[in-house]
Write a protein that binds this ligand. Structure first.
Ligand SMILES: NC(=O)c1ccc[n+]([C@@H]2O[C@H](COP(=O)([O-])OP(=O)(O)OC[C@H]3O[C@@H](n4cnc5c(N)ncnc54)[C@H](OP(=O)(O)O)[C@@H]3O)[C@@H](O)[C@H]2O)c1
Length: 400
């Protein structure tokens, strides 16, 4: 096991100068809740959302960052008109805007919480600039894990995982990464793991209703198909330098154990906590110190008894198997997996395809793909775009 980056922060002092990419999303909002409890420890330099400028405005008025980011020029103009006369942040927009925010000279920490492949460019830029990157955008690692690993080493950029499973493993392994034999990622199983529903009848409303976590739409559907766990297996491979055979998945419907590590001597260490993203986020924000989060204290295990565990059903949930196979097939297969999944999830949310079409589309696209070397950001973008087009074309032939 070899961690993706060095663990020595370039600037461990508080207050930490922070850029939040995706502040209007579920992770962004949880991050701001943690920061609200520790305002003296953080200085918010930039907040970026995409379309929800009402929420971004609310956040901006609260923290008055020097920079704001949105998806389009029109939204930037609209936001500017809503600002009070005594506040003049620089409003950046579009892909270039997110890239510029990710490399702001004054920033020590960049929190990458945009959703999907849109997060890749800014994440790479932040790593390239040697920032400490708090990574929620798992798609970045799925698409470009190798590239991020190389850049992080070269630029001494520290990467801190926000995903609860990877954050749990990170907490449990320090400082003994090299003595790890295996990791066990837990999965809630999502809303359908033991359901007898006909999967063709599943609607977006059903699938968005996660039993334990409150999350954005895309990751909620990924959790329902178990693709989220598949993406996390790939994420874990890149973060911890482990082969697929050393990354196990187990269904744990209570979501209290966030993951486990098996050490060489047979000891298993687990991290437990309420299913609330504020806990892993606060660990990464305060790293290597812990920040106080009073309301999450004291997990009364007697109230959650029994804790149960099951093997994942790869026939019922083929997406996990597809992600494991893509990881073994190589980086370009992971790009295809991710792009086909993003399009399939989008189409399912728009009720253009049914729930079972999600794995079907991904499997077909993967089957047609010829492995190719991935050496640059541009190669990834081209393959990503090409796959999106092919997935959309194939989806037109499917009947909902
Ligand atoms: N939610 C969780 O508990 C959780 C846990 C672990 C990992 N993650 C990962 O964290 C990332 C964010 O998840 P989330 O649940 O917070 O998602 P979310 O609630 O959907 O938020 C996504 C954020 O990205 C912005 N955005 C959407 N489309 C964009 C685009 N095309 N370009 C730039 N920005 C765009 C959104 O802005 P607007 O809303 O303003 O449009 C929002 O700020 C994902 O990669 C997810 O897998 C999430």
């Amino acid at each position: 096991m070899e961690y993706i980056s060095s663990l020595a922060l370039k600037n461990p002092d508080f207050p930490r100068k922070l850029v939040i990419l995706g502040s209007t999303g579920s992770i962004g909002q949880s991050t701001l809740k943690v920061i609200a409890k520790h305002q003296e420890k953080f200085s918010l330099l930039a907040l970026a959302g995409a379309r929800n400028i009402e929420l971004l405005l609310e956040q901006a008025l609260c923290y008055r960052p020097k920079y704001l980011g949105v998806l389009t020029k029109e939204l930037a103009q609209k936001l500017k008109k809503l600002l009070p006369s005594d506040y003049h942040p620089q409003i950046l927009w579009g892909e270039q805007g997110y890239l510029d925010l990710a490399q702001l000279e004054e920033a020590d920490f960049v929190l990458s919480a945009l959703v999907g492949a849109a997060g890749l460019g800014p994440t790479l830029k932040a790593v390239e600039k040697g920032k400490s990157v708090l990574i929620a955008n798992k798609e970045s690692l799925v698409l470009a894990g190798e590239l991020i690993r190389k850049l992080a080493k070269k630029q001494k950029s520290v990467i801190l995982p926000l995903d609860s499973e990877h954050n749990a493993i990170f907490q449990a392994t320090q400082p003994h990464f090299e003595q790890v034999k295996k990791i066990i990622l837990t999965a809630s199983g999502g809303p359908f793991w033991n359901s007898r529903l006909d999967f063709k009848q599943i609607t977006p409303k059903h699938a968005l209703k996660h039993p334990n976590w409150s999350m954005g739409a895309k990751i909620s559907i990924d959790s329902a198909t178990l693709m989220n766990k598949g993406l996390e297996v790939i994420e874990a491979h890149h973060l911890f330098g482990l082969e697929l055979s050393s990354i196990e998945v187990v269904i744990h419907p209570q979501s209290l154990i966030h993951s486990l590590v098996l050490f060489q001597d047979g000891s298993h260490l687990a991290q437990l906590g309420f299913p609330d993203m504020q806990i892993p986020i606060s660990y990464a924000l305060g790293y290597p110190r812990r920040l106080e989060l009073t309301e999450q204290c004291n997990l009364d295990l007697t109230k959650f008894s029994p804790l149960t565990f099951y093997p994942p059903d790869l026939e019922k949930f083929p997406c996990l198997r597809l992600a494991q196979e893509a990881l073994q097939a190589g980086q370009s297969h992971c790009v295809v997996l991710n792009a086909a999944n993003e399009i399939a999830v989008e189409l399912f949310l728009k009720e253009k395809i049914n729930f079972q079409h999600i794995p079907l589309l991904i499997e077909e696209l993967l089957a047609k793909h010829q492995s190719m070397p991935i050496s640059s950001f541009e190669t990834i973008l081209n393959l990503d775009q090409e796959t999106r087009i092919k997935t959309l074309e194939r989806a037109k032939e499917l009947k909902c």
